[in-house]
Write a protein that binds this ligand. Sequence first.
Ligand code: SAH
Length: 667
Amino acid sequence: MNGIDFSQRRDAMIESHIAGRGIRSQLVLEAMHAVPREAFLPQDLHEFAYQDAPLPIAEGQTISQPYIVALMTEALALKGGETVLEIGTGSGYAAAILAQIAKEVYTVERIGQLAEKAAAVLSDLGYRNVHVLHADGTRGWEDHAPYDAIVVAAGGPEVPESLKAQLKIGGRLVIPVGADRRFQELVRVTRISELRYETEDIADVRFVPLVGAEGWATPTDDATTAKPHKGITAARQIPEKIIAASREEFDSIASADLEPLLRRIGDARVVLLGEASHGTSEFYRMRERISRELIERKGFSFIAIEGDWPDAARIDHYVRHATYPASEWTAFARFPTWMWRNREVRDFVDWLRKRNGQVESGRRVAFHGLDLYSLFTSIESILTYLDDIDPQTAQVARQRYGCLTPWQADPATYGHATLTGGYQTCEHEVVSMLSDLLQKHRSYAEHDGERFLDAVQNAKLIASAEQYYRIMYYGSRASWNLRDSHMFGTLQNLLQFHGPESKAIVWAHNSHVGDSAATEMSARGEYNIGHLCREEFGNAVYSIGFGTNSGTVAAASDWDGPMEIKTVRPALSQSYERLCHDAGGARFQLPLRAPKTADLIGALSKPRLERAIGVIYRPETELQSHYFQAVLPHQFDEYIWFDKTEAVSPFATGELEGLPDTYPFGL
Ligand code: SAH
């Protein structure tokens, strides 16, 4: 008629938005192919018929989004030949889809004009098995009850009792319900027996209100507001649509406009930058881009990483052009080497060194490590320091730390041995050493404040690590908490050391920086640096999580195993990652801090799965090994999404050997 090839558009929409988003039922897909959606729309909207979106029809109502119609129809689990009741005829489109599968469709519409128009269109299209009634559908349609399935296309405060009563035993009722009339949960109620019903959650959705005796009393919240639902459409309100409407997309890491993000960060003193794996290039590079802006535009004073103190100290020595002798061992040489010894990190380190070279020494940005796995390099570092400035104390330190020497090859055996083998613990030794050092603050720090900080941090690390390996034996919770407390304590010391005006950037995994109170960790009694920061700094901490759907990642199969480049499986349904993937868009930032994003927060506040890949990735047991429950908008202030990602580029062995002496990572 106007030259539009509707059937081609229909096929394309079904392929990408219906089948493409996980609708599997052959009956539903065939029905979607058979019904001409344009016939249910006013002429001027025909060209939009096969966008997967709801559209306005008369009376401030909407024709449902095709995906939602398909999702609800699939949830009814029809096999063909059933008697179905629909509440909310609207345009009649969903009734036509149902009529392709069911034997008889009874549909009820509250607005007379819509009921008439829908009946006419359905009849013109030749549907003889659809029966339209103008009435309040919250009461059902008694005459033809009981029904095999009932579907409601408008959201009420609760499931109407009349509808439950009109279900056959074994029948399914799919309906959006929610106490807030702006949001609903799509639920399926199955009648198990005469008196028993079972309810399942299907999705977060937003529909026009179900108005009637067993629904909302009035069509709007406020009777004086004219048609507030015009333009508010069911589909726009489902989470992936809200994500699509709220996000800030960008073309590349280099060109991303970070102005809005910097404004949101405002005067925050601590910015936590996460990652959803320890081996994804995009996470590192975006984190670095943000860090460069924070340093140059907002005067951030140091970066603190989820890496060991003495290893990061070597990088710090290099980037701040320190003049005292650098330690001689290789930084980040222990498993997992690729986490820091990679090109992405090296590019940043080189940039930072150059940048620092252009400012006076007091304004150079430092690079520190928060983690505690370097028991023996920390001991070595302290001994070197003491040999240099106080050889007598160095003797004492050698003796005390000697207590730990038997466990050097495998510190994890220390806890086991002290508990079961009658070996003495070294707690007293390491704690005494730390307090001796702290007491010498005045005389040592006068000598060189930076080197004293380094020694104290190493002594604290040794004390924490001694305890860590001892309690590790009891299980993971206590040692996890000890480790994150240590990291948080280090961050606090650093803020104190760098002065009241100092500001910190933290690079660590999402599982450390996202507030543990918003994840299943809290149910296990675990907390993390993100939570401790939130308690301490409130809104003066801004935490950013990262996520991806698929691609490759650098990870091992087992602890201490070799690095492999592994394929990341597409995100599981029920996960935040799947929502972001379904929202479309290759890269985006998603601001999550209230109040501006209340709609988004509302839509994402139901707990979902979230994926965490660490240094180990086991795709074979992905659900058990890598997914946990979380409430994303409470966990982070912002989420940065890369739909497809690539593994980091670790240093090749040849490169390691050929590095010049001054190179920060060492030989
Ligand atoms: N299935 C429809 C979508 C309609 S939107 C389609 O595919 O086009 C929801 C419809 O429910 C609106 O037309 C609204 O008027 C109607 N509605 C709201 N409360 C109702 C009630 N109590 N009984 C029947 N219809 C109702």
